[in-house]
Ligand binder design. Structure first.
Ligand code: MG
Length: 286
């Protein structure tokens, strides 16, 4: 089922039981969601069919399956650097294999997009790890391409310029961006609105999440309910309108429940009012 542009959806937790996930969609009242990869026991063909049936019955379209890996931790910047995505060498091969398995699982449900945090892509292209990152991304994209599938890079751990360089160096047409404005703030990698303008043509999906800038070096900033942080969510929606974004608005709130569901319900009301608002879309290109 096609999801109309700016339809509000939610991001469901990585490694969360899909039965919990589908109930969350019903409670928040959305018709689309990004599904975090469920626990391993669901990653079978039967599991895919069961998840598809549950979401179909609830009238919820899964727009993306979001990858996550054992051992990833987000405590502070150094821990993220050591543990997240495809950059750490010790876990790279196993995670690439897992990604391809997740892709097959998503494909079985008819979902054509997967996404992940790539990890800290080196800002310096002469860093010896950089070509390995490019090669790793190409391998994943090349696997997905014949299936008509795409890979979304979650933003935040690198600047917009590094992300752009990486996408160009990978040189595959099925790579795109899942833009998370709060991550740009939480990781201190740059003003999210300026970043969105730079990478806009690659953005096919977004996380509507908010945050406050880090106050200490090496620490992450603080995620807060949508509208209460430094993103400027009205500017974010206005910029998405201006760049011709066509995807859904996927709320992400990375806290336990409660208060997660309640925060998502409030975020949905806020987003729907901003989408309708003439003011949020009225500024012309300058
Ligand atoms: Mg995100």
């Amino acid at each position: 089922m096609a999801v109309r542009p700016f339809a509000v959806g939610i991001m469901l937790g990585v490694h969360q039981d899909p039965r919990v996930s589908v109930e969350k969609c019903k409670k928040v009242g959305v018709n689309n969601a990004q599904l975090g990869v469920p626990p391993n026991e669901w990653l079978t063909l039967e599991g895919a069919m069961e998840v598809k049936r549950m979401f179909d019955e609830a009238g919820v379209t899964i727009t993306t399956v979001f990858c996550g890996f054992e051992g990833e931790r987000y405590d502070d910047i150094e821990t993220v650097r050591r543990t997240v995505g495809y950059v750490p060498e010790e876990t790279r091969e196993e995670r690439v294999r897992k990604t391809l398995q997740i892709a097959e699982w998503a494909y079985a449900m008819g979902v054509k997009r997967i996404a992940a945090h790539f990890g800290f892509i080196p800002e310096d292209p002469t860093d010896i790890r950089y070509p390995v990152c490019v090669e790793t991304m190409r391998r994943i994209c090349d696997y997905l391409l014949p299936k008509g599938m795409t890979f979304g890079l979650e933003t935040g751990q690198e600047t917009a310029d590094t992300l752009l360089r990486f996408i160009r160096d990978v040189g595959r047409k099925n790579i795109n961006v899942n833009f998370d404005p709060a991550n740009m703030i939480l990781y201190g990698t740059g003003d999210p609105i300026e970043a969105l303008k730079k990478v806009g043509k690659y953005v096919v999906s977004v996380h509507c999440k908010d945050g406050k800038w880090p106050t200490e070096p090496g620490k992450l900033g603080t995620e807060v309910p949508l509208g209460e942080g430094d993103v400027g969510i009205d500017r974010f929606i206005a910029t998405l309108k201006r760049i011709g974004f066509k995807g859904p608005l996927t709320i992400e709130r990375e806290v336990p429940d409660p208060p997660q569901t309640d925060d998502m319900i409030k975020a949905k009301a806020l987003l729907e009012s901003l989408v309708k608002s003439k003011r949020a879309g009225a500024k012309k290109n300058r």
